[in-house]
Design a protein around this ligand. Structure first.
Ligand SMILES: Cc1ncc(COP(=O)(O)O)c(C=O)c1O
Length: 435
């Protein structure tokens, strides 16, 4: 099979995170999806081992979701939830998330995606302390290689250096610490001054930064550090939630209680743009005194609580519950690790990281990255030719198929990626020979 890249000359569509020199003229135009498969405009089939940027946890082509959205658009197509306006799907989603939340007295702030929720979390952390009489408590800390979206605050929190660079001066009072070192977090809090630090942002399993699992005990240790210094622990579960790690939120795989949890993506199976920030009652308290004239959080997006997006979330959560998909993120993690393990024997492979949740990273060996310019993009292309879509990362690829994938299909996934590597091999060999 070869892939069906369409040649599109001088098209004005500007693609996110993309080399427009290449994709400006060549695009893979996808047309439809069903289950773990997507099809291009020439009806070629690809296994979606990305769940489209870690979103389609329930698989593609779920009529139940599209029908719920259509019905909602017919009934109330749009209305904001500013002030005292509400709509039933927004109320339902907030109540459902609060009931599932591992935090006490959870309040739910809605937005249009992950980045919205990370910026919301940063602002709520600072606003919380301002209301508690500690306005100097503004400093935010994140983990190296973490990804927290592309808005202003999220970009400032970037642990992937390239994402934070080149924009001029962004948000001050932000720092990044080594991702697996709880001591580094504590040292940074002490360096800045505990009375100046508002929050620590933690992706439990780092996704876009390469699929890196936390070392044993790390999550518990950083939660403990945060608690000791009164620093709010913000769990960025935009990727890890909705079953990806085998639990509703991802962070609930560990025995810790965060102060805020950001989710998006899998909440609607990627079908509609929605993010949610779960906020522990004690953090939200200054804004929920019940007194007229209580402080107002002057923040929120037009589409927060959009009825059609919330209807999609309700339908998605129904599917996740009814088909018992949440636990599959953990139930299938060993199958995925087993399917990818043979790749570790391949001399073109540097490392395979799998075994925690239905997500994995496969790094290219250093000699491949050094000898073959654009090696990751070429590997992605070779995998596509083999019939599988994978996510290119900094040094390799990520896989995160829908939770509906079967064990047999996971074996097929491993074989298709192995074929992608086999297709890369002649180029790598040629480059090595010419050095
Ligand atoms: C961990 C994490 N946080 C935040 C975001 C940003 O989400 P969005 O792209 O919906 O703004 C992402 C996106 O991939 C993510 O992986």
């Amino acid at each position: 099979m070869t892939d069906a890249t369409t040649i599109v000359r001088d098209h004005p569509l500007w693609h996110p995170f993309s080399d427009m020199g290449t994709v400006g003229t060549e695009k893979l135009v996808l047309d439809r999806g069903e289950g773990i498969w997507v099809y291009d405009t020439q009806d070629r089939r690809y296994m979606d081992a990305t769940a489209s940027l870690w979103c389609a946890n329930v698989g593609h082509g779920r009529r139940e979701i599209s029908q719920a959205v259509a019905a909602q658009l017919d009934q109330l197509d749009t209305f904001n939830i500013f002030g005292d306006y509400a709509n039933q799907p927004a109320l339902d989603v907030a109540a459902r998330l609060a009931a599932l939340s591992p935090m006490d007295d959870t309040k739910v702030f809605l937005g249009s995606g992950g980045g919205d929720m990370l910026d919301t979390a940063a602002k709520i952390a600072r606003a919380h302390f301002a209301q508690r009489g500690q306005p100097q408590r503004t400093h935010l800390i994140s983990r190296s290689l973490g990804y927290h979206g592309t808005h202003g605050l999220g970009t400032s929190l970037a642990g992937i250096e390239a994402n934070g660079a080149g924009w001029g001066r962004l948000v001050p009072d932000v720092s990044v610490v080594a991702r697996d070192d709880a001591r580094a977090l504590e040292d940074e809090i002490l360096r800045v001054g505990p009375d100046r630090v508002a929050a620590f942002f933690c992706e439990p399993v780092i996704g876009a930064g390469g699929v890196h699992h936390p070392v044993d005990g790390y999550i518990e240790a950083v939660a403990d550090v945060c608690q000791r210094y009164g620093v709010l622990f913000v769990a960025d579960c935009v990727i890890c939630g909705f079953g990806r790690l085998g639990t509703w939120f991802g962070i609930d795989r560990w025995p810790v209680e965060p102060d805020m949890i950001a989710v998006a993506k899998g909440i609607t199976g990627g079908t509609m743009p929605l993010g949610a920030l779960l906020v522990s009652g004690h953090v939200a308290a200054p804004f929920f005194t019940g007194e007229p004239g209580a402080p107002v959080l002057r923040h929120g997006q037009t589409y927060a609580g959009h009825p059609a997006c919330c209807a999609a979330a309700m339908a998605t959560m129904d599917i996740l519950e009814r088909e018992e998909l949440i636990g599959r993120g953990e139930g299938l993690e060993q199958a995925l690790a087993n399917a990818l393990r043979p790749l570790a024997e391949n001399p073109m492979v540097g490392e395979v990281r799998a075994g925690l949740g239905l997500m994995a990273g496969v790094d290219l060996a250093s000699h491949v990255v050094e000898s073959t310019p654009g090696a990751v993009a070429i590997l992605q292309r070779r995998c596509r030719e083999a019939g599988i879509l994978v996510r290119p990362l900094i040094r390799g690829i990520a896989v995160s198929p829908p939770l509906t994938i079967t064990p047999d299909e996971i074996v097929e996934l491993g074989a298709l990626i192995a074929e992608g590597f086999a297709r890369l091999e002649p180029l790598v060999a040629r480059n090595a020979a010419s050095r």
